[in-house]
Design a protein around this ligand. Structure first.
Ligand SMILES: *Cc1c(COP(=O)(O)O)cnc(C)c1O
Length: 364
């Protein structure tokens, strides 16, 4: 059967390997497998969220409130924006998809960093857009500006902090950059790890309300999959001026998150203690990896997110390292598919990190 040409050369996105696969393939029991490959919160989610979801189980035959009223109210209060400026997605992945389909016709340009979140390119290629990347792998805003002038793209993606490299951008630099961008160009600011960045450094804090007021072409994305610990629930959101949100709404299927996900996200926003603890512990634990790298002369980029990326340079091959660790029950992310001899490791609990590090130490 013939399918559309854009799909022929498209590789299927490879998500972080699931624990079940390691159990099946290597016969390791599930509670001994450590997954440090998908940037999930190693502390799980708030206990209060679990209780509220449990109480809601008997309602799963009912569709959720499709206006997502309560969740939007809570997000509106958190970000100081009106509920009409918010759209909810099945993960922020879904909003990325809406944004690209809303903006890109065939051969329209999408500008992004040299190495960044893979879904921008995947949805872009499905829409037959032209993918434009900076030469620098991390976000270099002067290169972005140059390429913007050269190609006038329809969309620009800024992933701050950037997955999978971990660097971030100062708010003042983003603002300076945005001033040069024509209001016809949609700038998506993917804030999947913003909570981590602002915890580490106040200069990284993006005030969403200010941004969408000053720059009507900005779409901000947030997610419940990372620090909120709800990756399995699939809830994300987009915030922008009404004109953008109303257009994205035309692409949204009804009931795009579940009744249980909706309860979980609403509750998750209430438990600030859990978030604070998760953020604190992440950066405390990250020191173990940084010390390990310094002691062994392993190159890494200081990370503003809940993972750290190690460049193996002359120390071996990332595919081999990831495979050997997998066989011992520790799942990490090999970045060979991004053209890097590097691995990305999600910061786990203290015990998980110790196991990952002692294993790496033996293998490198
Ligand atoms: C995890 C992630 C997302 C969104 O994840 P969802 O689970 O779909 O909400 C978006 N952007 C980046 C950069 C991410 O790392």
């Amino acid at each position: 059967m013939k399918f559309k040409a854009a799909l022929q050369s498209l590789q299927t996105y490879e998500a972080g390997k699931p624990i079940e696969l390691v159990v099946r393939e290597f016969g390791i029991s599930a509670n001994e497998v450590i997954k440090l490959a998908s940037n999930e919160n190693p502390h799980g989610c708030s206990k209060k969220v679990q209780q509220c979801v449990a109480q809601k189980l008997a309602s799963m035959h009912l569709y959720p409130d499709d206006s997502f009223y309560q969740l939007k109210e809570a997000l509106g209060a958190k970000h100081k924006v009106d509920t009409s400026q918010i759209i909810i997605g099945a993960g922020s992945d879904q909003i990325i998809e809406f944004a690209i389909h809303a903006k890109c016709a065939k051969n329209d340009g999408i500008l992004m960093a040299g190495v960044t979140f893979a879904m921008y390119e995947i949805y872009g290629r499905i829409a037959e857009a032209k993918i434009i990347r900076t030469k620098s792998s991390t976000h270099n805003l002067s290169e972005f500006t140059e390429l913007y002038k050269q190609h006038s793209p329809s969309i620009i993606f800024l992933c701050v902090p950037n997955n999978p490299l971990g660097e971030s951008l100062k708010v003042s630099d983003i603002q300076t950059f945005l001033k040069q961008i024509n209001k016809e160009c949609l700038v998506v600011i993917d804030g999947a790890y913003q909570e981590y960045a602002t915890f580490k450094d106040e200069e990284m804090r993006i005030s969403v309300a200010e941004f969408i007021r000053d720059f009507p072409n900005v779409l901000y994305l947030g997610t419940f999959s990372k620090v909120y610990g709800l990756g399995g629930m699939r809830v994300g959101y987009g915030i922008a001026q009404q004109e953008i949100i109303q257009t994205l709404y035309k692409l949204r299927p009804p009931f795009n998150i579940t009744t249980l996900s909706l309860v979980a996200a609403i509750e998750a926003l209430k438990d600030e203690e859990f978030i604070k603890y998760s953020l604190q512990d992440c950066f405390t634990q990250m020191k173990q990896y940084e010390d390990f790298c310094r002691q062994r002369g392993i190159r890494y980029i200081p990370s503003f997110a809940n993972f750290i990326t190690l460049f193996l340079d002359g120390l071996g091959d990332s595919t081999t390292l990831a495979q050997k660790m997998l066989e011992k029950g520790v799942i990490i992310r090999n970045l060979a598919s991004y053209g890097l001899n590097a691995v990305r490791i999600t910061i786990g609990t203290k015990e998980q990190n110790q196991r990952a590090l002692s294993l790496m130490s033996a293998l490198l």
